[in-house]
Design a protein around this ligand. Structure first.
Ligand code: NZQ
Ligand code: ZN
Length: 388
């Protein structure tokens, strides 16, 4: 096991009706002038936004609001949000929604305390200051409610890029599983694909014998495999929604990654797909993961066989472990299909002839991507081709 620091200070407030505590919590975390940031209307329609505003009013907290975040959130609204924060001396940002609203809020939080272009932080500059961000989650997927990450698409060139810092990890997150009951089936399923991917990016590692981290990750994935079909069958199944909501947080607050090297190549390849085609991130991952697994599995067949046996309940073929490994990949694909996810380019609306464009926007040059196998641009081209 490698040395590690694990610092995950988000205060989670979990359960039915907990959004009524937003005002009290904002005060507890020293917010006095709040920007409420949300998406394209789901939180207005569900009445959640009104409940949050009432709670802030009751607590005597000043707020202003900015809606309109779209999936694969764009830089344009971030610039607007930064302007609002600077003009109104905002000291706290409350994101209400899914990963996109949260990531946009994180970008605003960073830009609000910076004189330059917030995009600098998505192209390599280290974050040194940010306003506190809190979240009220409505979609179990990205894990941004407990993560250090934010992913934004710049309208200039539609470049989808990420940044990471403990300074943008939410100070508190309200997780009420009831809020996810209104999700369209596709978003529930894409959320499952994303959560599973967050564990897989950490599972396929060259660091040996981090059994505890393996086992935590396997439990998280197995829970998602069990609970997602239940939530799809009965969208109001509170227990399924609750298990999924906590699994999504555990999948990405790094508890599934400590003590070892992580990969993340598949996420980077997917970000190019969602940048170009504006597809749902989880759906893009469901397409890219089988291709990546097939391409790299010979690097460590035993690890893929372990994944197949422990996560997908495959039987171990001791004579031919590569058969077990392949069976695990097949089971992954079958599961994704069974919940309505695409597993090939065409099902996603992606085209083989765009592969050179994807590679060009990625701009890898002579560098490599990922850690499990360090992929060159040529490897990535072959992986995209496998996904066709
Ligand atoms: O915009 P509204 O109207 O709210 O509708 C959203 C949106 O259309 C809708 N929705 C959300 N909650 C709902 C709901 N509809 C009905 N009922 C509800 N309760 O769902 C749609 C998708 O929302 P979005 O926030 O885009 O989804 P998600 O949470 O999957 O976030 C995706 C973004 O997160 C990034 C992805 O790349 C993508 O841009 N990621 C962020 C990460 C992080 N910050 O750590 C890590 C991830 O790997 C990921 O890259
Ligand atoms: Zn993801």
């Amino acid at each position: 096991m490698n040395n590690f620091n694990f610092y995950s200070p988000t205060y989670f407030v979990f359960g039915k009706g907990r959004e009524h505590e937003s005002g009290k919590l904002v005060k507890q975390f020293k917010g006095s002038k709040v920007l409420i940031h949300y998406g394209s209307g789901s939180v207005v329609k569900s009445g959640l936004l009104d409940r949050v505003k009432t709670s802030l009013k009751d607590a005597g907290v000043y707020f202003t609001e900015l809606g309109g975040v779209v999936p694969n959130p764009r830089s344009g609204l971030v610039y607007q949000g930064i302007e609002v924060c600077k003009k109104e001396h905002i000291d706290f940002i409350l994101a209400v929604g899914g990963g996109s609203a949260i990531d946009s809020a994180k970008a605003i939080a960073v830009g609000a305390l910076y004189d330059g272009d917030f995009w600098d932080f998505y192209t390599g500059k280290r974050i040194e200051r940010a306003l506190p961000v809190a979240t009220i989650l409505t979609l179990t997927a990205a894990g941004s409610e407990g993560s250090t990450g934010s992913v934004i698409t710049h309208e200039k060139g539609m470049l989808k890029r990420s940044t990471n810092s403990d300074l943008i990890r939410p100070v508190f997150s309200i997780l009420n599983p009831e809020l996810t009951c209104t999700l369209p089936a596709y978003q529930t399923a894409a959320g499952a694909a994303d959560m599973i991917a967050h564990v897989m990016e950490r599972y396929f590692t060259n660091t040996k014998e981090v059994e505890i981290t393996d086992r935590v990750g396997e439990a998280v994935i197995k829970t998602i495999i069990k609970e997602t079909p239940k939530a799809l069958k009965n969208p109001n199944d509170y227990e399924a929604r609750a298990n999924l909501m906590w699994a999504g947080m555990l999948a990405h607050n790094d508890i599934c990654g400590v003590g070892r090297e992580q990969d993340w190549a598949t996420h980077m390849m997917e970000h190019e797909l969602s940048g170009l085609y504006d597809v749902t991130h989880g759906a893009g991952l469901a397409v890219m993961f089988p291709a990546w697994m097939k391409y790299v599995m010979h690097h460590d067949v035993a690890r893929f066989a372990q994944f197949a046996v422990r996560v997908w309940d495959c039987e171990m073929d001791f004579q031919h472990p590569e058969n077990t490994a392949l069976q695990g990949i097949e089971r992954y694909e079958q599961f994704m299909r069974s919940i309505g996810m695409p597993v090939r380019f065409a099902e996603l609306g992606a085209k083989a002839e765009d592969i050179p464009v994807l590679l060009k926007t990625m701009g890898l040059g002579n560098r490599t991507l990922g850690n499990f196998v360090k992929l060159t641009e040529d490897d990535i081209r072959k992986i995209y081709e496998l996904a066709v």
